[in-house]
Design a protein around this ligand. Structure first.
Ligand SMILES: NCCCC[C@H](NC(=O)CCCN)C(=O)O
Length: 410
């Protein structure tokens, strides 16, 4: 690498940091507004409109509201540099913005939106004055709704929204910074029991008790759990448990999440869980219906080159990456994205020891003190993008890592 090239890259990294710092109040008000108006998956109207306004105020962005999904959006900028007809490198940033029922932004998706917006705005500032890049570059920000439910990114993949994107970046709030953490596969099971109502005191023998089936199903799964591998997870709730104590419940509904690191393990777990649900139906005389209401979220594929660039950029900004991150790990529809586009989904500390999906985490995600960490993460992502767009060798390594990681899954 020529020292002039290194200087240019550093200059671009300085430019993007200055730009993100200059917009810090606006960026905080963006995430704070989304935090103050929590919306559930698929209903993120306020967040969608707010993000669309954020990008539309700068007319160099081309903004498409309601892009392929009612609460998704797309903002694009560029290409910059290169000649007409040259292949373009399209760098994607993802914004999530859905909240959880009852506890608002307890997973900090308002901060994910802020990171995506800040990193994109920063990269644009770094690219604006560049005339000699190895490839013409464009930026695409995708607003990807419904991560907590429904799998918005999977719907966007199926609708072709990622077809022309070459690299994809996002980051998720957690308890520690980590350039990679292996989020696991998840599949949902919705279980419905159909019995027969009757007066619970006068004619109980005429009833077929769907609540008994639900309770047995829950217990069967609890018993099964001891025989599962340590990194498998199965957890559920009774969503509908009956109407009134004196009516034998004719209908009950349970929702379960099944998670494993590998797809072949998921098939085993599904078979075991299904046997538990069907046994409960058999024992009570109920009918059972089992469906998967959401598509399967895949595990995240690692990209060693992007992770290592992110770590060196992060360290330059003062981010500490523990040797053995113990950060939380759930599942995400970004996993499916990672199978079709090379990308990273680092985790970041937001100045709290609170755990995701708690009221304390909600409070932390809206707090001023999370801002330093959020914007630092956006800078590290954007700097990583600068490395790749400036250096064809790195781009090649990123693409090789992607192919290798996919091969290893087979
Ligand atoms: N349909 C259920 C999806 C649940 C996703 C949820 N995601 C998160 O908590 C974000 C974590 C990022 N790894 C989960 O329970 O894992």
């Amino acid at each position: 690498m020529l020292s002039g090239d290194m200087e240019k890259r550093q200059q671009m990294k300085d430019d993007l940091q200055r730009c993100i710092d200059a917009h810090k109040d606006e960026l905080h008000s963006l995430s704070r507004d989304i935090w103050s108006n929590p919306e559930l998956a698929g209903n993120e109207k306020h967040a969608h409109d707010r993000l669309v306004r954020f990008f539309s105020q700068d007319q160099t962005w081309t903004v498409q509201s309601h892009y392929k999904l009612p609460t998704a959006f797309k903002a694009s900028w560029g290409p910059v540099s290169g000649g007409v007809g040259d292949p373009v490198l399209n760098v994607g940033f993802l914004c999530e913005y859905d909240a959880l029922p009852g506890i608002g932004h307890a997973c900090g998706h308002n901060l994910i939106a802020e990171v995506g917006a800040a990193a994109a705005v920063g990269l644009k500032a770094a690219l604006e004055n560049q005339t000699e890049l190895p490839l013409p570059v464009k930026i695409t920000v995708l607003g990807t709704p419904a991560e907590e439910e429904l799998g918005g990114k999977i719907e966007l993949i199926n609708a072709g929204a990622f077809a022309d994107i070459d690299l994809v970046f996002m980051a998720h709030p957690a308890q520690q910074d980590a350039s990679f953490h292996p989020c696991i596969i998840i599949e949902e099971m919705l279980v419905k029991y159909y019995g027969k109502a009757s007066h619970a005191a006068a004619y109980p023998w005429e009833g077929v008790n769907a609540l008994d089936a639900a309770v047995l199903a829950y217990s069967n799964i609890s018993v099964l759990r001891q025989q599962l591998k340590p990194d498998w997870r199965i957890h559920g709730i009774i969503k509908h448990g009956g109407e009134k104590p004196n009516i034998i419940p004719a209908y009950t509904e349970l929702e379960f999440y099944l998670r494993t690191p590998l797809l072949k393990d998921l098939c085993d777990l599904k078979a075991k869980a299904e046997a538990c649900f069907r046994a409960a139906a058999g024992a009570t005389g109920c009918q059972v219906e089992i469906t998967a209401p959401t598509p399967t979220y895949y595990n995240i594929l690692p990209n060693a080159t992007l992770a290592s660039l992110y770590e060196s950029n992060g360290k330059a900004l003062g981010i500490h990456f523990p040797e053995q991150p113990t950060s939380f790990c759930g599942s995400t529809d970004f996993g499916n994205v990672s199978f079709i586009v090379p990308g990273i989904h680092p985790f970041f500390y937001i100045c709290t020891d609170a755990l995701n999906h708690t009221e304390e985490y909600t409070e932390a995600a809206g707090a001023e003190k999370a801002q330093l960490y959020t914007l630092r993460t956006a800078k590290a992502l954007s700097m990583t993008a600068v490395d790749v767009v400036c250096c064809p060798d790195l781009l090649k390594k990123v693409r090789d890592d992607f192919r290798l990681a996919k091969l290893k899954q087979k």
